[in-house]
Design a protein around this ligand. Structure first.
Ligand SMILES: NC(=O)c1ccc[n+]([C@@H]2O[C@H](COP(=O)([O-])OP(=O)(O)OC[C@H]3O[C@@H](n4cnc5c(N)ncnc54)[C@H](O)[C@@H]3O)[C@@H](O)[C@H]2O)c1
Ligand SMILES: [Zn+2]
Ligand SMILES: [Zn+2]
Length: 347
């Protein structure tokens, strides 16, 4: 079969590799029907994730059809259409028992396309298949479902739920990439008074309006604090989410909140950011961080099936699996191409 194989920083190829086989009796082999690329895959290709080694098949998001199951798999059967989640869950460890699947101690967590071969391939081996896949609900297309593998639960759990968005809140979202947009979409479910999107790229701010932001700020030439203060009688935002992963954007999110407000960091940070405790200590703030757990996937599946969430809106480009290298190029040049999520399907 063919797969996207990582060969060290800056090096990847769509090349022939052995088709995966069952290793543990809790595994399933899934034929990949639809797959996408994540910003994290671009981080890996830059060399930012050293745990990913030469020869690794990339990808941690897919929708597919079950081809084969191990003898201990009970709920997933051959022929089932499933969502393959970015987080694998053993289902039995202390953290899985709490729904903190991202922190799984039993061999799960973020492993696909990281510690084991991933989904950017014609077939993928999914460990702990019963607790790491979800049956496709009726009325949801493969590409809509695919958005629930990573970006929708990430924006919803690490942004909206950690930030405890509530009715009437003023919510500021720093960064309007796929993750920030999914946080904006999720925040809207809670009837906030205003959702302010902040980004340096106007095309991303245009997208933010489509996803539910009613105020947009290009912080390259506008002052987001002045805009947020103007909406809140100078108090600041109830919730500020960081969806970029840079020191400056974390510090901006912390500046935007009101006393008693909540900063929900979603971004993956590679460098230290400054926590201005000298300003924050007196303001009763809450700061949260997190890796997505995907405990909200069942809720999001219901919302997608009932069309309360329009998951397909993220998809800007379509490719065949054989065009993976072109899809990477379009996704990596999002500023020029307007790409949010690219979807590759079997032709
Ligand atoms: N916590 C988790 O579990 C988790 C899961 C997935 C992704 N992430 C992280 O979330 C972050 C966002 O992911 P994404 O896929 O949307 O990334 P992305 O690169 O597509 O989007 C980031 C956006 O931030 C904007 N931006 C960059 N610098 C800025 C600045 N100084 N001020 C304002 N905006 C700025 C960019 O223009 C872009 O629109 C990344 O750090 C990613 O690694 C976290
Ligand atoms: Zn991802
Ligand atoms: Zn576990």
């Amino acid at each position: 079969m063919r797969a996207v194989v990582f060969h060290g920083p800056g090096q990847k190829a769509w090349e022939e590799v052995p088709k995966p086989t069952l290793v543990d009796d809790t595994d399933a082999i899934v034929r990949v029907d639809a797959v996408t690329i994540c910003g994290t895959d671009l981080h890996i290709l830059k060399g930012d994730v050293p745990a990913v080694t030469d020869g690794r098949v990339l990808g941690h998001e897919a929708v597919g059809t079950v081809e084969e199951v191990g003898s201990a798999v009970k709920n997933v059967t051959v022929g089932d259409k499933v969502l393959v989640s970015c987080i694998t869950a053993c289902g039995a460890c202390r953290f899985c028992r709490e729904g903190s699947y991202g922190q799984c101690l039993g061999g799960g967590g973020w492993i696909l396309g990281h510690l084991i071969d991933g989904t950017q391939a014609e077939y993928v081996r999914v460990p702990f298949a019963d607790t790491s896949t979800y049956p496709a609900p009726g009325g949801v297309t493969d590409e809509q479902l695919l958005m629930l593998a990573d970006i929708l639960p990430t924006g919803y759990e690490v942004g909206v739920l950690n930030g405890a968005v509530g009715p009437g809140d003023v919510v500021a979202v720093v960064g309007a990439g796929p993750i920030g947009l999914s946080a904006i979409m999720g925040a809207r479910l809670f009837s906030p008074a205003h959702v302010v999107a902040i980004d340096l790229v106007d095309s991303r701010l245009e997208a933010a309006k489509q996803f539910g932001a009613d105020v947009t700020v290009n912080n390259g030439h506008e002052d987001p604090k002045a805009v947020v203060d103007g909406l809140t009688d100078g108090l600041g935002a109830d919730v500020a989410m960081e969806a970029v992963g840079l020191p400056a954007t974390f510090e901006l999110a912390a500046q935007l909140i009101r006393p008693g407000g909540r900063v929900a960091n979603i971004g993956v940070h590679g460098e230290p950011a400054t926590l201005h405790l000298e300003d924050l200590w007196i303001r009763n703030v809450t700061i949260t961080t997190g890796l997505v757990d995907t405990y909200s996937t069942p809720t999001l599946l219901t919302l997608a099936a009932s069309h309360q969430v329009d998951a397909g809106r993220f998809v800007t480009h379509h490719f065949a699996l054989d065009d993976f290298m072109e899809a990477y190029d379009v996704f990596a040049r999002a500023g020029d191409t307007g790409a949010l999520k690219v979807v590759l399907t079997r032709s």
